[in-house]
Ligand binder design. Sequence first.
Ligand code: UD1
Ligand code: CA
Length: 458
Amino acid sequence: MEELSAIVLAAGEGKRMRSNQPKVLHQVCGKALVEWVCDAAFEAGIQKCITVVGHKAEEVMAYMGQKVQFALQKEQLGTGHAVMQAQPLIKDAQGYVIILCGDTPLIKGSTVKKALDYHISSGNAATVITTELEDATGYGRIIRDASGQVKKIVEHRDTNEQEKAVREINSGIYCFTVKHLLDALNQLNNHNSQGEYYLTDTIEILIAEQFKVGALKIDDSTELLGINNRIQLSQAEAIMQKNIVNKHMENGVTIMAPATTLIHSNVEIGGDTIIYPGCIIEGDTKIQENCMIGPNSRIINSIVEDNVEIQYSVVVDSYVGRDTHIGPFAYLRPGSKIGKEVKIGDFVEVKNAVIGDKSKVSHLTYIGDAEVGKNVNMGCGTVVVNYDGQKKHKTIIGDNAFVGCNTNLVSPVVVNENAYIAAGSTITDEVPKDSLAIARQRQIIKQDWVKKRRGLND
Ligand code: UD1
Ligand code: CA
């Protein structure tokens, strides 16, 4: 089989983004623009993906990691020049190459495949992927001759009045037969309004050499949206978001108000889960079946088992066991591992702590760096005092313990199983199992103290 390669152009600064971050690292639905494009290439069965990096190359390379190969474009002298930098990596390749822009994140794997299949079966030297737009401002125009054959591509800046009126645009995606691409690159020059080496000129060059050049027009122009500024970034986010939310609804998830719901691309959600309005579900979150999420909750990189309810809460890098209730207004910080049938109630914060099955932490409590056993009751206003100003320490609470309201557990401390702690205690020493700890002063009653005081004042 012929080798299929992709070259993804990602060296530009993206001036129109007005950002310190390279354009291709801006994200849509939790994934950088360039990663969407490379993933589409892999989905289409491409074996080798070469990413051309330049502006802030180290950042782009660090983000993409081992997934792709890199070619460095030290100076950004245009899209044609960018492809030249990848030449050494494709020089020996027999077969075909698809060139993609790192700023068109909505391109689908199926479309990449369709473009390559079309290119190969039509025997073209080059095939440009085009679409028609209502407003073609900013895009290169496809200029065809009287018989409808593609003649050349003219950049928006370089168009005359007649060309400006053309609505068929260059998507920035092209398929080439490798040897023809290499031939055309050798002949590129920078004689244009920008003084750049335009990849688009390869089309005219190959036509002049009598090679067959074609175009594949795609009906769904949204897939080809190029991101040059933050307005287009938000348009891409909205389109992608709609696709993601629709996919979950097709899979049996109820999403009450799709327009208010943000779900990242890697998120998995089980059937019959209901997402209430205003939820943001990010990263590698996995939510199982029959859950009720929201309203207004944010869940990041977490696992949520069956039948869980999470209301008005934030859950980050955590695990929530089945049949557990979280919130309203709870905050599960990284490293929280909440068991089955647990209740984490209002204004409770948990950090790097295990809460055993069937335990209840119902209100106004902080649990940090702790191991709480099964069936424990943490009273209202309990604080695990995990930080001594220099170091964090750990507290352990055994199964069936009962911690009275407004207790401080000064870490490191152990409360053994079945122990009781009287309300208002500040616990600094180990509490043996089955015993009661009271760590506060006895109440004193001063009979008629108020009356006497009044008498003095009278
Ligand atoms: C380009 C096309 C235009 C097409 C449009 C589609 C050219 C000359 N123009 O214009 O016909 O309609 O895409 O979106 O090709 N890049 C580099 N190195 C460079 C310059 C750019 O790697 O020296 C990369 C950018 O990072 C970007 C991509 O190439 O990912 C496209 O560059 P951009 O400047 O956005 O080109 P457009 O002006 O949009
Ligand atoms: Ca662009």
